[in-house]
Design a protein around this ligand. Sequence first.
Ligand code: COA
Length: 195
Amino acid sequence: MRSSPICTLGTPHRDLIIGHLLALDSDARVLRFGCRVSDDRVRQYVGELDFGRDAIFGVADRPRSLGALVHLAFPPSTDTPGGVVEFGVSVLLALRGQGLGSRLFEHAVVHARNRGMKRMVIHMARDNAAMRAIVRSAGAAMAFDGPDVIAELPLPADTLGSQMQEWFGHQTVLLRGPANGWPAFERPAFGHSVR
Ligand SMILES: CC(C)(COP(=O)(O)OP(=O)(O)OC[C@H]1O[C@@H](n2cnc3c(N)ncnc32)[C@H](O)[C@@H]1OP(=O)(O)O)[C@@H](O)C(=O)NCCC(=O)NCCS
């Protein structure tokens, strides 16, 4: 097993993010975005990411390659404080089933709590068994709408413990494979975004 940090990504990582999303096959892109998404639309989506408002987390699987990506979309700063944050995630096929999606979800929940969010929403397909398992384990309520599911997870207020958890105790994942030559992104000090 090898250990890899969950890194906060910023503007310098746009090409890595594009590379990760383009590496998803068409079915995975549908699961991630809820519809068919062309390569150009992926590039546009990444070009429009607001790293100042949102939180984008990644895990490297090889040098200059992201094996997993999380986008936590925060409400505009003009909204009432303590709003709703939206979670989206993707894990490359070869890395699925190792607990990576679950660990990233836990990490995102702690981060959202610590930024004062009160609820997290997750849109997914009804047949997305892995994502449904993740939100079910977290205790999210699921509303079914035809082929879609919207999960909603109430977030407790942050505590000293949740802040410490994010900064010190919660930032690596274990992946199968050799530890040699393990890549690292610029690791943000105390969770600040790399921009
Ligand atoms: C959803 C996704 C992120 C899960 O990532 P992952 O790293 O494979 O997830 P984990 O290994 O942490 O597994 C999470 C849970 O799903 C279960 N699971 C994993 N693959 C499964 C499968 N194919 N069928 C049923 N359950 C599955 C695991 O057993 C685990 O459940 P448990 O906690 O009760 O044991 C990944 O499948 C993915 O990237 N899919 C495409 C994009 C997507 O669907 N995004 C979600 C919508 S935003």
